[in-house]
Design a binder for this molecule. Structure first.
Ligand code: AHR
Length: 511
């Protein structure tokens, strides 16, 4: 009898404690900071490499295709990306960039030489999509081109000629050639990458050697361009330190880093049929971005206290095994709610580091890795990552509102991660936007945001969620996951109490 009573008593106490813990919301404070930076819209950039079905079949089908196109570029893809307000598009690689000789891709298509795409499946590249095709496509997309130059197997002359070809409006050998190829006005490309992954596929260089190459290449490029150094892989802080030490600051527009959420380069795991273990590990890798940008920024601060140089995360995203049956060299993977959570949490990190992170490129845009668009011949679908990117356009060029809180934990086995990710901003019209992600795969989380004193009259919200983490859109069911109105919050005189369902992304607009 006594034993039963004790068990019953403990049960009640335990329930009360867990009930109290679950019910107590995490309080998130919005910090009023006049000096807070603007969130550069270029954080929301994209990436299109000559890889698999990204360019060929994805963006470009050729002007004889039955798929509706404008000078060979798919109209459906252009419309979807315009809707996403993509601020910039990086091209032609990636690893491909350091094998690419731009003069192969200009002039009459029938005269263009072919090359072998050594990094991506060993397929023949016919160069039918070249500089004019890309830059005209950027005009269609109303986006800024970001060209990665070839340092690994190119020459200083070649890159300098490319800049002259695209940008020079006077008379010169390269601007004459451009006009001969049908384009009078220069495109005025602002963003230039000086090689890609110089530590690896870009030439296996040491940082000191690359810094010397960078100095040489940029010497022959006009001032006024944003020249971006090929940066570190994830936590290679020595790489960043060496670049900052060895390159005069006035020669640097940005320093890149690349970081993929990959759990094991030899065993990346499935894109759709993943376990919670794989999900947790993926999110652990993704959330490392916080530490990476903090530490790379701290190194940059030592040399560039005024924060003139941008930290450019020009490759990021989830990387899994390719979809079963697809070419392993084409990096085609499906995109689930896991990717939506990954994107939302990563973009919150970038927003919150807007003082230094001023550009980033999700890898990649169409049909490769964490794509926002997937195509299958004439069909096109938008992925959950697309919808997150679209929900987050509210932050483009808005003023950051720093947030302060201590996140509840997402516990899995012996480990834990911060469960809640938040960023906030105020746009030019005075609207306050907050993006909230619950990383926890099982538990909802309750948060409270104090907006009182901000003159807020109404709040509306949008959510991206789905019953299963593995849910995704496919060609038979393209709208399984789409954003919807969210009502799971209460506005108590400006104090917003929000219950965020597991693995969901929410944006709120307060006016
Ligand atoms: O995005 C795929 C590849 O990943 C890029 O070509 C390369 O830069 C990186 O290693």
């Amino acid at each position: 009898m006594k034993k039963t009573f004790l068990i019953a008593f403990l049960f009640v106490v335990f329930n009360q404690i867990t009930f109290a813990q679950k019910e107590k919301p995490t309080v998130i404070t919005l910090v009023n900071d006049e000096k807070a930076p603007i969130i550069n819209k270029h954080i929301y950039g994209h990436f299109a490499e000559h890889l698999g079905r990204s360019i060929y079949g994805g963006f470009f089908v050729g002007d004889t295709s039955k798929i509706p196109n404008t000078k060979g570029v798919r109209n459906d893809v252009v419309a979807a990306l315009k809707d996403l307000k993509i601020p910039n598009l990086r091209w032609p690689g990636g690893c491909f960039a350091d094998t690419y000789h731009w003069k192969d891709g200009i002039g009459p298509k029938e005269n263009r030489p072919t090359i072998v795409n050594q990094w991506w499946g060993g397929v023949t590249e016919d160069n039918s999509f070249g500089t004019h095709d890309f830059l005209n496509m950027c005009e269609l997309l109303q986006t800024e081109p970001y060209i990665s130059g070839n340092v690994g197997s190119g020459t200083v002359q070649e890159l300098s000629d490319w800049v002259q070809y695209t940008n020079f409006d006077g008379k010169s050998p390269m601007s004459d050639l451009r006009k001969q190829n049908g384009r009078t006005e220069p495109w005025k490309v602002k963003f230039w990458g000086i090689g890609n992954e110089a530590w690896g596929c870009g030439g296996n260089m040491k940082p000191e050697y690359y810094a010397g190459e960078y100095r040489k290449y940029t010497t022959f490029m006009p001032e006024g361009l944003i020249r971006i150094a090929s940066g570190a892989s994830s936590d290679d802080y020595k790489w960043t330190e060496t670049l900052l030490k060895d390159i005069p600051l006035k020669m640097l527009g940005g320093v890149a880093i690349h970081h993929y959420a990959v759990i094991d380069w030899n065993k990346k795991g499935a894109d759709v049929d993943f376990t919670e273990d794989h999900y947790f590990k993926t999110m652990k890798e993704a959330l490392k971005m916080e530490e990476l940008v903090t530490k790379h920024s701290a190194i940059m601060d030592k040399y560039d206290a005024d924060k003139k140089i941008d930290l450019v995360v020009d490759e990021w995203g989830g990387w899994y095994d390719v979809e079963k049956g697809s070419n392993p060299g084409f990096l085609y993977q499906q995109n689930t709610m896991r990717d939506a959570v990954l994107a939302g949490a990563t973009l919150n990190i970038f927003n919150n580091h807007a003082d230094r992170v001023r550009m980033a490129n999700l890898a990649q845009c169409v049909n490769v890795l964490q794509a926002v668009i997937l195509t299958d011949k004439a069909k096109m679908i938008l992925t959950p990552t697309y919808h997150v990117m679209k929900m987050y356009t509210i932050h483009h060029d808005a003023k950051l509102i720093p947030v302060n809180f201590s996140s509840p934990l997402y516990n899995f086995k012996e480990e834990s991660l911060p469960a809640v990710s938040v960023s906030a901003s105020k746009d030019k019209n005075g609207l306050v936007h907050i993006s909230v992600v619950n990383v926890d795969s099982k538990n909802k989380n309750k948060i409270e945001i104090d907006l009182s004193g901000m003159g807020i009259k109404s709040v509306s919200a949008t959510i991206l969620t789905s019953p299963k983490l593995q849910d995704h859109n496919n060609f038979d069911s393209p709208n399984k996951i789409v954003p919807g109105a969210f009502k799971g919050f209460e506005n108590r005189k400006g104090k917003l109490e929000i219950t965020i369902p597991p693995f969901s992304v929410i944006t709120l607009e307060a006016k």
